[in-house]
Design a protein around this ligand. Structure first.
Ligand SMILES: *[C@@H]1O[C@H](CO)[C@@H](O)[C@H](O)[C@H]1NC(C)=O
Ligand SMILES: *[C@@H]1O[C@H](CO)[C@@H](O)[C@H](O)[C@H]1NC(C)=O
Ligand SMILES: *[C@@H]1O[C@H](CO)[C@@H](O)[C@H](O)[C@H]1NC(C)=O
Ligand SMILES: *[C@@H]1O[C@H](CO)[C@@H](O)[C@H](O)[C@H]1NC(C)=O
Ligand SMILES: *[C@@H]1O[C@H](CO)[C@@H](O)[C@H](O)[C@H]1NC(C)=O
Ligand SMILES: *[C@@H]1O[C@H](CO)[C@@H](O)[C@H](O)[C@H]1NC(C)=O
Ligand SMILES: *[C@@H]1O[C@H](CO)[C@@H](O)[C@H](O)[C@H]1NC(C)=O
Ligand SMILES: *[C@@H]1O[C@H](CO)[C@@H](O)[C@H](O)[C@H]1NC(C)=O
Ligand SMILES: *[C@@H]1O[C@H](CO)[C@@H](O)[C@H](O)[C@H]1NC(C)=O
Length: 405
């Protein structure tokens, strides 16, 4: 199926107001040099999950270094669950479309930015990071690590450029990468490994200051994902057992409003951890009172886990990138994991903590660090999110990276 064929139809009148999206699966064959962390065991219980965080946050210690027993190459075929959106009317009108590749952070899955497609005419490709959501899962300690995930992102990008991405089947000459949090760290690492792979990058909820990662680990109050949301994250048998229980005791009417969703269980194994509840979710991602509490509960219900392999390797990505294109770092003023809750408290003459990322991009054509006011780490969840999206799109427009009509 070709969804971006350019025909000779007349231009649509007026502005673009909607989009068409497709869900599909992308098979990738990738390999990476991973850390082998055989000096520690994979946490099997909630007590182990807390012990893992206690080890990781102990002052003066580096668990990544003490757990590391060596390095090895991981090679595999994996499925990446993707969603591609085109603005309506683009069949006829997009001459040289730009695609934005969106990489989500820890705690969530593929989302997309409506503003990018609706108002600015971009195509977007969002995907579940390898190991998470509807993408292939894997062994959570030595397999699903940042290094392998960056290779999956690279593979998807090469397919977008050479026209071989299933369903899309269009060879894009302009690809912009937008990542949030851990997804921003992977986007940054992607350009360090493949400096010519991107035409522009936007790193949201990000800085290069690692001083506050411990707040994230401690504040999450991590539990085994399959124990925390046993119906959604546990084995499918949990759902079937509970359903039978409610039916046996004629309790289906009692729980009818909860509408226990007969969705396929994500069946995460031990070693996939998740934040404990809405309170820890608030601590990590929200800046009160600048959000609707309904969004907090929605975020908690739809959350996704993190692997211990990701937690052990998120600080091990490259320190500098020779990327030559434009770079925007876009972070909420009260971001927890990357600013310790206050991006302006630098203790130096630097205007903000994210602004110090400039030194990691010595060759960037443009570097800007923008602080979105009264916003926490979860940029999408705050009242003023839409104005923030517009700021990002306007930055890309100013770099001449927009789609052509
Ligand atoms: C894609 O998947 C999402 C999540 O299941 C669903 O809400 C959406 O309707 C799907 N979109 C299409 C075009 O199938
Ligand atoms: C925590 O660290 C101790 C000592 O380094 C180690 O024996 C133990 O296995 C670690 N536990 C976890 C869950 O990482
Ligand atoms: C911890 O150790 C790892 C592996 O040796 C290393 O890559 C990382 O930079 C260290 N982190 C810190 C904060 O020193
Ligand atoms: C990918 O998905 C396809 C179709 O759902 C399935 O047949 C295949 O086994 C999957 N591959 C992997 C590596 O999970
Ligand atoms: C674009 O073309 C596809 C395939 O012909 C069609 O299904 C889709 O509705 C078209 N989209 C628009 C917005 O015209
Ligand atoms: C994940 O896959 C399941 C089963 O194929 C499907 O029902 C669900 O809509 C998918 N969800 C997303 C977010 O892609
Ligand atoms: C396109 O890129 C993918 C990923 O790098 C590669 O596997 C594939 O062989 C390439 N296809 C063509 C036609 O060059
Ligand atoms: C990180 O930010 C804190 C607070 O502004 C500052 O004290 C520290 O020096 C910064 N660290 C680095 C590596 O820039
Ligand atoms: C909302 O965000 C925009 C873009 O960053 C900013 O200009 C504006 O001041 C913000 N509004 C408030 C009330 O913070």
């Amino acid at each position: 199926m070709h969804i971006l064929s350019v025909s000779a139809l007349s231009l649509l009148a007026g502005s673009v107001v909607a989009k068409t999206c497709h869900n599909f699966t992308v098979p990738v064959s990738i390999s990476s040099r991973n850390g082998i962390f055989n000096n520690i065991a994979t946490p099997e219980t909630n007590l182990d999950a807390t012990a893992f965080v206690q080890n990781q946050t102990r002052q003066g210690q580096n668990l990544t270094a003490t757990a590391l027993s060596g390095y090895g190459t991981v090679t595999g075929k994996y499925n990446i669950s993707a969603k591609f959106c085109v603005p309506s009317g683009s069949n006829a009108t997009l001459k040289n479309p730009t695609v934005q590749v969106l990489t989500h952070g820890i705690g969530f899955d593929k989302v997309y930015i409506d503003t990018a497609v609706d108002e600015y005419g971009y195509c977007t490709l969002s995907y579940d990071r390898l190991g998470i959501g509807n993408s292939s899962h894997g062994e959570p300690k030595n397999e699903i690590q940042s290094f392998l995930e960056v290779q999956a992102l690279a593979s998807i990008t090469f397919m977008l450029r050479n026209g071989s991405l299933p369903t899309v089947n269009h060879a894009f000459s302009k690809v912009v990468h937008v990542g949030h949090s851990f997804g921003a760290a992977q986007t940054y690492a992607l350009t360090a490994m493949y400096p010519d792979i991107s035409d522009g990058i936007v790193l949201t909820g990000f800085s290069t200051n690692g001083s506050f990662v411990g707040y994230f680990g401690a504040g999450a109050d991590f539990q085994q994902a399959n124990l925390n949301q046993p119906l959604r994250f546990g084995p499918a048998s949990n759902y079937r057992t509970l359903k039978a229980f409610f039916e046996n005791y004629a309790l289906v009417d009692l729980v009818a409003p909860l509408q226990i969703a007969p969705e396929e269980s994500l069946a995460y194994v031990n070693g996939y951890l998740t934040n404990s509840n809405a309170n820890s979710q608030q601590y990590l991602f929200f800046y009160p009172p600048h959000f609707d509490t309904g969004i907090l509960y929605y975020g908690e219900q739809t959350k996704q886990p993190v692997t211990i392999g990701e937690l052990l390797t998120l600080g091990s990505l490259p320190m500098t990138s020779t990327f030559k294109g434009p770079v925007l770092v876009f972070t909420g003023s009260n971001d927890l994991p990357y600013c310790g809750g206050d991006c302006f408290n630098t203790g130096t003459s630097a205007p903000s903590i994210p602004s110090t990322a400039r030194t990691s991009f010595p060759g960037a054509s443009v570097f800007e660090a923008y602080i979105q006011p009264i916003t926490g780490h979860g940029l999408n969840f705050h009242y003023n999110a839409t104005a923030g999206y517009r700021y990002i799109q306007d930055f890309l427009m100013a770099q001449d990276l927009q789609s052509r009509r």
